[in-house]
Structures are given as C-alpha cells and as structure tokens.
Ligand binder design. Sequence first.
Ligand SMILES: [Fe+2]
Ligand SMILES: [Fe+2]
Length: 410
Amino acid sequence: MAEGVEFLQALAQALAVVALYPPGHTTRLRALDSTYQKLLDLFAVNKRPVFSFLGDEVVLGNRPLRELRNWEWSNRLAGIGIQRLEFDSTIPISLEELDALLDHIVARLTLRPTDSSVARQERVTGIRFGAVGIGDEVALEEKPEKEETATATSAFSLEEEAEAVVWVHDVLRDGGELPLMEAEAVVRSLTVAMHGDQQMMLPLLQLRQFDEYTTTHSLNVSVLSMGLAEWLGLGGRDVRAVGVAGLLHDLGKVTIPKEILNKPGKFDDREREIMNSHAVEGARMILTSDQQLDLAATVAYEHHIMIDGGGYPSMRYPRDCHFASKLVHVCDVYDALRTKRPYRDSWPAKKVLAYIGQKAGSEFDGALAHSFMAMMGQWEPRLSTLHGDETSPATQQSPAPTEQDFGLPE
Ligand SMILES: [Fe+2]
Ligand SMILES: [Fe+2]
C-alpha cells in the first residue's frame, strides 16, 4: 500500500531531522508537518494502520510492504524494541503527540533518557508502539475442554496430532495461509492428553526418523511450554496461548531445504544464515496469516535470543524479550538436546538440566530456567514418552556438543 510506504519514509526522514534539530526549529516543524500529512493520507485508506517491523521486513496489517524490504529503519526500530507501531484514526492525534513519539524514538536510538510520559501517553492517544503483541491479550476462542477423555495418558499416541501438524506445515510450504483452527485444535488436544488421568502428565514424542523432527519437536515444545506455564500458575487461556506459540515457534523451518535441516555435518556460513532465518521467516508467516497471533509471532521471532543479548536475530541494542519467548526458549533447548540429531546423539535428561542450570542468567532467564528444572524434577516420573523404543535417550552416549548445538539448539 503506497500510503503506508510513503508515511514510513516520511517518518524515517523526520526521525533523522529530530535527531539533529531542537524542538521548534523550522526544519523540524517542516518534517513533522509532512509526516503528519502522510499519516492523514494513510488514514484516508486505512483507519487503523498497524506496522510490524520484523528484521528486514515491514508488514502493514497482514501484508508485507515489498518496497521496504531490507529497509534499514525496520531493523533499527525492531532493535530498540519497537516491533510494532499502530495508529488509530478514531482517537485524534495531535502534531505534538507525533512530535513526542519521534522524540521518544530518537531518545531510544541514541540511548538518551526517555520521557516516561510518552510511554503513558501511548495508552490514551491514537498511537501505540512497542514489542509485537505488547499488552495485547491473545484472543483465543474460549471453548470447554473435552470431558469424555478421562483415560490414562499412555492411551494417547498423539498420532493424529502429529498428522495435523504435518498437514499444517504442508499447507504453509505450499504458500497457503496458516490453518489456525487446526493448530488450536492440536493444542487443545495436547492439554487433554496432559490432564488425561486427572494427574498432570507430559506426553512427549520420541523421534523415529530425522525428517519427523520439526513435527515431534513442535509438539514436545508445545507440551513442555504449557507444562511450565501451568507450573507457574498461568490460567487456562494463557496456557493455551503459550501452547500455540510453542507449537508454531519453528514454523519458519518449512521454508528451509531438507538437506540443510538434516545435515549431518557442520553448517557453513551460508547454511547457518539460512537456518537462522527461520525465526524471522516464522514470525512473518504467522503475522501475515492472522493478526490475532501476535504472541506466537513474537515467540517465533525471539525464541533464539539469549537473555544476554546473544543468539539471533541480532539486536542492535539488547532488550528484554517477551516472557513467553523466554519460556519457550528453555523448553526448546531442553527438547532439542534430548533428541538425537544427525550431527550428535541425544543428551540424558540430567545433563540437559545441568546445562540449563549452568546457562541460567546468561542464555536463559534465571527464574524461568530454575522453575523449569524444578518442574522437571517433580514431574520426571510423570513424563510419558510416546513411540519409545530400545534405544532410549538415557542409554545412549552423549558426546560433547558440537558448534551446531552450542547455544543454538534449533
Ligand atoms: Fe528455532
Ligand atoms: Fe525449536
């Protein structure tokens, strides 16, 4: 949409001017006026424009703005924690408010102390900005759980759920829209399996073939994330929202060639770059599929970012990630290391938990890492490994992690 592109270009120009000139300077006023005018032009065709900045990509509503691909400001804004910028034409926005917004962004970019009144203003004016999904409730439909399935967890094979996940991935690989209903149905079904015998259980799938990895891993991360969310006392609706985010966290991998996904050796730089793109790609797919899934998009984007700012996508200025991203990150690493991969064996649970403890506070959020360890300690006897066979992970050797793993479990 041309108006959206023109507005962002005017905004970027104004940001450069605001960084140079004090309030009231004519150059600054002119840039501000022009941005304001572009915003009004945009309002004429879109009453509530919502921009998302996903690394190299800018999305307006649910449509990527192709003209702004690799636009440097997208990375810059995302890097200072502004992954989302929305305007509501039904609430009058003054020129002063737009000026305050620009000033606030420049302050963040230049690490000047920010005026906290702007942060307060964002709630009462027609401008809101922040991390993707900030303050937004994920509006998952509230439906009663199935009641008839009060059987033992071991009765669940999760085969239907695995098939549903394979189908969801196929649809996306073929360029289709994310089938949200199916993804939510899988999560509801997992919660039933977790509470099947009225005692909490964590039904985890064991990998049989390497090309099943993304499917089994997605289901396991969803189960573990919901287990941890529940352990922390989150309500059912939030637990399921985290479950959907866990299920979809690696969605971007549907675009990665199988030869790279299942490569037995080390990645070269190009392969590493392609592999790492799954975070941004996944977030883009989720945002362009359904605007209600902000939380899942955030988690897809942030699940490889470490608490110390390491990992990927890289951030110009370290910022805190969403709670759900940090939660899924721990569960993601746990499942990745517990699973045999073409380039290494699986690790025993004890070793993985020790690793998580060791990296608490640097890679992982300290409190979440310790909660996860406590949860696994208590629920260990209630882990139910499905498709188990003779070569269970605990009996296998676990050589030292390769570079592929270290800090970067997929
Ligand atoms: Fe990942
Ligand atoms: Fe993952």
